[in-house]
Design a protein around this ligand. Structure first.
Ligand code: HEC
Ligand code: HEC
Length: 157
């Protein structure tokens, strides 16, 4: 009897949690129920103003500030490297891929692009003018350490 009771209680709890989560999840499809057919929303316009974007933390892969439509990125060709590889940066004026892109996972520096850094778009993404689905509450480290810097040391908080 006991295990069955426990099981029922757990099932009810899970259903409840599931319902709550479903309510909070951002609705990609808008307010209509998923059973109703809808036209796909228009593609968002990419931001291509060529202005390099501040990173939110030092190790962040910088976002792409230019158009990448039609750039081949497959087994035979990597269009990104035709500007970002060390030897092409003078003519392209593109920032060079950093040294981490030449290192394998053991930390050895290789003569060329490390295979694990070949698929640039796995880490670097263009931006669009789309409105975020949920509020972003990210706080920049500079803001977090602000009181510290003003008191010239540790904050008293
Ligand atoms: C025709 C040359 C060219 C090609 C091809 C190119 N880029 Fe760029 N990229 C640039 C230049 C120049 C900049 C500097 C900002 C600007 O002018 O847009 C830049 C900036 C960037 C930045 C921002 C760097 C930073 O520090 O903020 C990233 C990330 C980037 N490119 C990734 C890519 C990826 C990924 C591809 C392939 C899908 C690619 N680029 C293809 C020329 C190029
Ligand atoms: C596995 C994730 C990953 C992949 C794949 C990757 N990058 Fe990066 N990239 C990063 C990170 C993280 C940084 C910032 C820290 C650093 O330099 O390692 C960065 C930095 C950069 C920068 C700025 C360098 C600088 O010194 O300011 C450029 C440009 C760039 N990447 C281009 C590329 C291109 C082009 C490719 C594809 C050939 C690529 N990345 C593939 C993660 C990646």
């Amino acid at each position: 009897m006991r295990p069955r009771l426990l099981f029922t209680a757990m099932a009810v709890a899970c259903l409840g949690a599931g319902a709550l989560l479903a309510q909070d999840a951002p609705r990609l499809r808008g307010p209509d129920p998923f059973t109703r057919e809808q036209a796909a929303p228009p593609m968002q316009r990419p931001i291509t103003n060529d202005i390099r974007v501040k990173r939110n933390y030092p190790d962040q892969p910088p976002v792409i500030p230019h158009a990448i439509e039609g750039y081949a990125l497959d087994l035979n060709a990597n269009k990104c490297m035709s500007c970002h590889a060390r030897r092409f940066t003078e003519q392209s004026q593109a920032p060079m891929i950093s040294v981490t892109h030449y290192q394998d996972r053991e930390g050895n520096t290789l003569g060329g692009l490390a295979p694990r850094r070949y698929a640039c778009l796995a880490c670097h993404v263009p931006q669009t003018e789309a409105r975020p689905l949920v509020d972003n509450r990210f706080v920049d480290m500079d803001v977090l350490t602000e009181p510290e810097r003003h008191s010239g040391g540790r904050s008293n908080r």
